[in-house]
Write a protein that binds this ligand. Structure first.
Ligand code: ATP
Ligand code: MG
Length: 438
């Protein structure tokens, strides 16, 4: 019998309790391990929620059931109908004794990767055989946390009155300059994969949506392999009207803080499985200016000239000094894209911010330019041609409110939530310079 027939799972492994003594259950999952000792077999069945022991004593089960148990191999997919028997000596105070076992599908041997985590594997092998790697309870825990993170982020946005949108990822021109773009052939034309929803979410402000957010892919032709860059990443993006940079930072703080709380409260088991030191942050994050950040770097012997973007060495020095989560504000205008609003009194600095976790950038945001003339001027002063921004620029001519927003890298956010050093760990099927499959 390799089909379900009329069998349906009655319980996940974690739902079976000694109090269910005498009840019939149907369990389904993978064979995590099997031990057959003459007249007795032990099957550890694994499902999404954990593992459960099935005991198969030759005297107590039908001949057919015992014969099936003997045929079972590691990672076979099985369904077990059986009785819960309370037993103080059993691992969780009960055992399940089968009345029938169905092998729904056999797994070939040898396995290219051992999901029971007994045999360690390097990250490349793991990513090559990702579907097997993902069966490992610890890896599943990561992605349960990722799902919780996305849910929490959405909840906060909805609570705060934001509207979820989807903008195109096939785009005609570069958002902020061309170096990080992936060109693609689009019928007779050249097009690009979207590197950011920036221009579209600003156009939503001209459309009167007031507060929008989008969770979607961004594509960047990052040349170098680092532990914090991918070529396809998920960005949590937002834009809000009648708001300034401070309002945008407040929303970012809420989104990040609430996610920590939700994971802390709802993913205790996963945190424990991962063995991570999960600490709730302060509700308000520290805020330092770019000038203060430069002073910190310089005081630690890392030379930074005013106006430069922060180097990796500078980020490390600043990260060592600061708490876990902190903002850097008041950036030099020339380090930021053309749509960033400059300070009224000192146009050398702008209303941009980054959210950092130690040395890692999590998010960049700013108050934007909402005046057409100023925007055109900024585009030109950065050496670009306003004609390339046709429909985007038009949105600023007929009633564009003041607005601000940010983009938060979902995969980087995962790195800090789950204490991972390599961003690839936080993505099901990561894309980097060397990896386009699976
Ligand atoms: P970095 O300087 O670290 O390369 P960035 O300043 O180029 O990042 P932004 O354009 O500010 O990135 O994008 C907003 C956020 O999106 C970043 O703070 C980061 O969390 C995330 N992000 C950007 N590029 C990548 C990438 N290649 N891989 C993963 N996440 C990314
Ligand atoms: Mg940035």
């Amino acid at each position: 019998m390799f089909l379900l027939g009329d069998w349906r799972r009655t319980n996940y492994s974690n739902e079976v309790k000694p109090e269910m003594d005498g009840e019939e259950v149907i369990l389904m999952g993978w064979v995590h391990s099997i031990r057959a000792l003459g007249k007795l077999a032990f099957i550890i069945l694994r499902d999404r929620e954990g593992t459960i022991q099935i005991v198969v004593p030759k005297q107590k089960v039908s001949e057919e059931t015992f014969a099936t148990a003997k045929k079972i191999g590691k990672e076979d997919v099985i369904a077990v109908k059986g009785k819960v028997v309370a037993n103080e000596k059993a691992p969780n105070g009960f055992e399940v004794i089968p009345t029938e076992i169905r092998i729904l599908n056999k797994a070939e041997t040898p396995l290219p990767l051992d999901p029971s985590e007994k045999v360690p594997a390097d990250i490349d092998t793991r990513l090559d055989k990702r579907f097997l790697d993902l069966r490992r309870p610890k890896i599943q825990a990561l992605f349960r946390i990722r799902s919780e993170m996305l849910k929490s982020v959405r909840n906060t946005f909805y609570e705060e009155g934001f509207i979820e949108v989807n903008t195109p990822k096939l785009v005609a021109s570069a958002t902020e300059g061309g170096t990080e773009l992936f060109p693609i052939s689009y019928f007779e034309k050249e097009a690009f994969l979207g590197q950011s929803p920036q221009l579209y979410k600003q156009m939503m402000m001209a459309s009167g949506f007031d507060k929008v957010f989008e969770i979607g892919p961004i594509f960047r032709a990052e040349e170098h392999n680092t532990r914090r860059h991918l070529n396809e990443a998920i960005s949590i993006d937002t834009e809000m009207s009648f708001s300034d940079d401070r309002d945008a930072m407040d929303v970012l703080e809420k989104v990040v803080y609430n996610t920590f709380v939700d994971i802390y409260e709802n993913r205790e088991k996963e945190i424990e499985l991962l063995g991570i030191d999960f600490k709730l942050p302060e509700k308000k994050f520290d805020r330092i200016t770019y000038d203060e950040a430069v002073d910190i770097a310089n005081s630690k012997g890392v030379e930074i000239e005013w106006g430069e973007d922060l180097s990796r060495a500078a980020e490390k020095a600043i990260g060592d000094e600061m708490g876990d989560l902190y903002f850097i504000t008041d950036w030099p205008s020339k380090t930021r894209p053309f749509y960033t609003l400059h300070d009224e009194k000192n146009p050398e600095i702008c209303k941009a911010f980054d959210l950092m976790y130690k040395e890692l950038e999590l998010s960049s945001g700013a108050q934007r330019v909402h005046k057409y003339d100023l925007l055109v001027e900024n585009i030109k002063s950065m050496g670009m041609n306003p004609e390339g921004f046709g429909t985007y620029l038009e949105a600023f001519k007929y009633g564009m409110p003041p607005h601000a927003g940010w983009g938060l890298g979902a995969d980087r956010f995962m790195m800090i939530l789950t204490c991972q050093e390599n961003i690839r760990e936080c993505v099901l099927f990561p894309r980097d310079r060397q990896r386009l499959t699976p």
